[in-house]
Design a protein around this ligand. Structure first.
Ligand code: AP5
Ligand code: MG
Length: 374
């Protein structure tokens, strides 16, 4: 099951039943080790409230329960600076204390709490945690009891939150890996069929289609400042300057932060745009899955575009000279991207001649393989 908290998606990870079984085991083991001494279980708020509540119900012998609090996790990354401990009113001198954590990842919080208790004259100090991220743990501290080892992924539910949400969930969810997004550049000369194919692919793969050409034309039609600027270049078959195009593309992506992925059609068209796209996606924790080129020869493309020009009203489709100008722009500025993406092992090409349906099939074969790799 998939849930959304704030801007992020999470998928089911550990069921309520698995949590229950892990707590059962921990309770039996801790009771066996401690024997008849009455321990004080110390929960670390806020996250541990569910673990402690369920755990002490399972604990087979008398025990005391208390909570302490430290301000710590903020957002996805655990913060380094630990604040002071509040809420401990019990006298723990000579007692058996078990710190009961919901999760231990870097161990920063734990170390701080451990040190505080160590200085309070506790007789026997133990650490128990429901979840443990072995890969993230960086401290030289022995954790006496671990319920479930988990990989170094951000999780929510069962007391754990993402910016305040998710603590109430009875089971645990893991953050949906954004790399699973399918982000594709549809590449090809003018008339290759990028726009035509994007229409089918966006439905099939539930992607957001961004055609920079369409965005420019929309602005031209509405006579915006951007439209006026772009028109002088587009009508002549020249590229619009990078600075304008890159900002516009980023704004279009930002409008669709919920997307499963994107089809970039007509972007990038220069090395500067490709570099900007990589950097921008990286800043969003996203990446390109692949670039797929539709291949067709110039004569066929010119025929297609002149044909479309009869009805499209696109000034750049009206005569062969302008169309050839677009090809020249492509050869000079866009074709180098084939090397750019080949170097990243992200370049694929398919035959763009044939029926529209056949070409959709060819593209789908490439995209399906990309999805398996991811
Ligand atoms: P843009 O709108 O991207 O135009 P283009 O790249 O020249 O490509 P087209 O949209 O003409 O072709 P397409 O590959 O989408 O093919 P389509 O599916 O329509 O850019 C326009 C201008 O905006 C640029 O010149 C530039 O000035 C500016 N611009 C845009 N992005 C920019 C950027 N990143 N940086 C700078 N400037 C930028 O198909 C073409 C025709 O063929 C259609 O009539 C279709 O019905 C037909 N067809 C499609 N498939 C087939 C098939 N299999 N068999 C027969 N006919 C087919
Ligand atoms: Mg197009």
């Amino acid at each position: 099951m998939k849930i959304k908290l704030h801007d992020k998606y999470f998928t089911s990870f550990i069921s309520a039943r698995e949590i229950d079984a892990a707590l059962d085991e921990m309770a039996v083991k801790i009771a066996a080790d401690i024997g008849d001494v009455v321990p004080v279980f110390i929960g670390v708020l806020n996250g541990s409230f569910m673990v402690v509540s369920d755990f002490v119900k399972k604990y087979p012998k008398p025990c005391e329960v208390s909570f302490v609090k430290l301000a710590s996790y903020e957002g996805v990354e655990s913060t380094e600076d630990i604040q002071r401990l509040i809420g401990l009113n019990e006298n723990v001198v000579g007692r058996t204390v078990v710190i009961l954590e919901d999760i231990i990842d870097t161990g920063n919080t734990l170390e701080c709490i451990y040190d505080i208790f160590n200085n309070k004259g506790v007789k026997d100090l133990r650490i128990a945690t429901l979840f443990h991220k072995k890969e993230a743990f960086r401290k030289d501290l022995k954790i006496d009891y671990i319920g479930i080892e988990i990989p170094n992924k951000f999780i929510v539910g069962y007391g754990l939150d993402y910016n305040g949400l998710g603590r109430d969930l009875p089971e645990v969810y893991q953050i949906k890996n954004t790399q699973r997004m399918t982000n594709i550049v549809l590449f090809g000369k003018p008339g290759a069929g990028k726009g035509t194919q994007a229409e089918f692919l966006k439905t099939k793969y539930n992607l957001v289609h961004i055609s920079t050409g369409d965005v420019f034309r929309f602005n031209m039609k509405n006579d915006t400042e951007l439209g006026k600027l772009a028109k002088s270049f587009i009508d002549e078959g020249q590229l619009v300057p990078d600075s304008v195009t890159i900002d516009m593309l980023q704004a279009e992506v930002e409008k669709n932060t919920d997307a499963n992925g994107f089809i970039f059609d007509g972007f990038p068209r220069t090395t500067a745009q490709a570099e900007a796209l990589d950097a921008f996606l990286d800043s969003k924790n996203m990446e390109l899955s692949g670039t797929v080129a539709l291949e067709a020869n110039d004569e066929i493309l010119i025929e297609r575009l002149l044909e479309r020009g009869k009805i499209s009203g696109r000034a750049d489709d009206q005569d062969e000279a302008k169309i050839r100008n677009r090809f020249e722009e492509y050869n000079e500025k866009t074709a180098p991207l084939i090397d750019f993406y080949s170097t990243q092992e992200k370049f694929y090409s398919v035959n763009g001649i044939g029926t529209i349906k056949d070409i959709t099939e060819r593209l789908s074969t490439v995209i399906d393989a990309l999805k398996v790799e991811a």
